[in-house]
Design a protein. Structure first.
Length: 298
């Protein structure tokens, strides 16, 4: 049984002042989308890239070289509407529904709460239905795996997620370049203002945004940074990078928590900065929160 507080890292309790980004690598052409087994997916070419950072938290490094084969990845996070189709077809019940409660960051109370009755269709509070275009949240790692298997896919590995998020760029902290808000333009959904007291919503959203609300990256993928954290397949270990294999790393062989990537609408520049390409987090596989979703790979 999970307990409130089991996902402390996801609640962004470590401050981090965003550092200046490194140089910008070359841009590739967006690959053509394909109708993969896990829904609308994009073909991601294989390649070699430098993963991690030496300018962040200790568990985000060291920088190391990784080689991946080609794979496919969903163009955006799984939506509430897509998850509803899964539930309708299978009768699946999420772990949050079985527990009868889940974790919710209440933006009015400015803190995390145990919220009875919160689940994927009503992720904030009972009686408030989520828009079908929003990324589905309040799903555990186990729930995400069940959905991807139903679609004939899987969760991406941590290395695949970062490779896709970098989209052919190297040596930089952000997906789009050197500046967090280039020319005053917001390119991802994150927290603006003093966390947790005030989110100004300068990017157009207070809370999660419908998928595809921000421009895609150079691979044609949406919201790989910001919006909601995303489950990946790997077990999490803070020191795994030091011994990670070069080719197609799958994460540690065992663990107690699963890795999470991408940051969320709760990540601010001075508190977590989870929208950085190398940012990592983790939670127990049965955890579910209103800023945590997923996408599928194959």
């Amino acid at each position: 049984m999970r307990a409130v507080g089991s996902s402390a890292a996801l609640r962004v309790d470590l401050a981090f002042v965003l550092l200046a980004a490194l140089g910008c690598g070359g841009k590739g052409q967006p690959p053509a989308p394909s109708a993969g087994p896990a829904g609308a997916q994009t073909e991601i070419p294989g390649g070699t890239f430098t993963m991690g950072t030496n300018r962040g938290f200790p568990y985000e490094g060291p920088v190391h070289e990784v080689e991946l084969g080609p794979f496919r990845l969903s163009r955006h996070e799984v939506t509430v509407g897509e998850f509803a189709a899964f539930v309708a077809a299978t009768g699946y019940r999420t772990e949050a529904e079985k527990f009868g409660w889940s974790e919710v960051f209440d933006r009015d109370e400015h803190r995390w709460l145990r919220r009875d009755g919160a689940f994927w269709q009503e992720p904030e509070k009972p009686g408030e239905r989520a828009d079908a275009r929003l990324p589905v949240t309040q799903v555990s790692w186990n729930d995400a795996v069940a959905f991807c298997r139903w679609q004939g896919g899987r969760l991406p590995t941590e290395a695949e997620f970062e490779f896709a998020a970098r989209s052919g760029r190297s040596g930089q902290e952000l997906a789009w370049g050197d500046q967090l808000v280039p020319a005053g333009r917001y390119l991802a959904n994150f927290w603006q203002g003093s966390f947790p007291e005030e989110d100004t919503g300068a990017d157009g959203f207070r809370g999660p945004a419908p998928v595809g609300s921000f421009p895609p990256n150079d691979f044609g993928l949406y919201d790989l940074v910001g919006n909601v954290w995303e489950w990946v397949s790997d077990w999490y270990a803070p020191d795994y990078y030091a011994a990670s294999p070069r080719r197609s790393p799958q994460g540690p062989s065992e663990g107690t928590e699963r890795a999470i990537r991408g940051g969320s609408f709760l990540c601010s520049e001075s508190y977590c900065a989870g929208f950085r390409l190398a940012a990592r987090s983790h939670a127990t596989p049965d955890s579910a929160m209103n800023n945590l979703g997923f996408r599928c790979a194959s």
